[in-house]
Design a protein around this ligand. Sequence first.
Ligand SMILES: Cc1cc2nc3c(=O)[nH]c(=O)nc-3n(C[C@H](O)[C@H](O)[C@H](O)COP(=O)(O)O)c2cc1C
Length: 185
Amino acid sequence: MESTLNDLKTRHSVRKFKDEVVSKDDLEKILETATYAPTGLGLQSPKILVIQREDIIERIAKWNLSYFPEDIKKELEEDYDPFFKTSTLIIVLANSEIPTCVEDGSLVIGNILNAAHAIGVGGCWIHRAREEFDSLQGKELLKVWGIPEKYIGIGHVILGYPADDFEPKITPRKDDYIVYLDDIL
Ligand SMILES: Cc1cc2nc3c(=O)[nH]c(=O)nc-3n(C[C@H](O)[C@H](O)[C@H](O)COP(=O)(O)O)c2cc1C
C-alpha cells in the first residue's frame, strides 16, 4: 500500500524520452490498468486510441499545434513539438451521450499516467483533444477509424522511457489545498 502512495506522489510529467519505444508488454499493462478507472454508473464511456506509427504521430502533432492560441504559438521555438518526440501517443475519447464522459475520460488519463510511472514509463497529458475532435477534420478521422461521431476528445498522453537526464520539477503543494471543515464549523 505504501508503495502505491509513493508511486502516486512521485509521478511527474515527463517530456523527454529515450529513443526506445514502449514495449508491448509495458503498454498492455498500462492500458489494462487504465480500463479499471471508475466511470459514472460504471458505463465505461471512454475509448483509448493507441498510435505508435511515427508518421501519424507527427501529423497529429502538427494538427495539435494548430490549436495553440496565437499569442502562445509566437513564443514557441520554430520546431516546437507538442508531443515532445514521443513514439507512443494515446488519445482518450469519451462518449458525449454519457453525462460523466469528461470526468470518466480524465480518470482514465490519470490511471494511464500513474500506471505508467509505477512501471518506469514516463508520461504527460497533452491538451486540445477536445478542439481536435470537435472539428470537421476530427469527425472525418473518427469515421475512418470506425468510431461514432458522438465521441469527444478528452486528452492525449505521450508515453516513453524517461531520458537519463530527465529531472522532475517538484512543486510544493499549496498550504490551503485541503480544508478540514470540522475545524471551521
Ligand atoms: C488537463 C491537463 C492538460 C495538460 N496539458 C498539457 C499540455 O498541453 N502540454 C504539456 O506539456 N503539459 C500539459 N499538462 C501537464 C501539466 O503541465 C503538468 O501536469 C503540471 O505542470 C504539473 O506537473 P506534474 O504533472 O509533473 O505534477 C496538462 C495537464 C493536465 C492535467
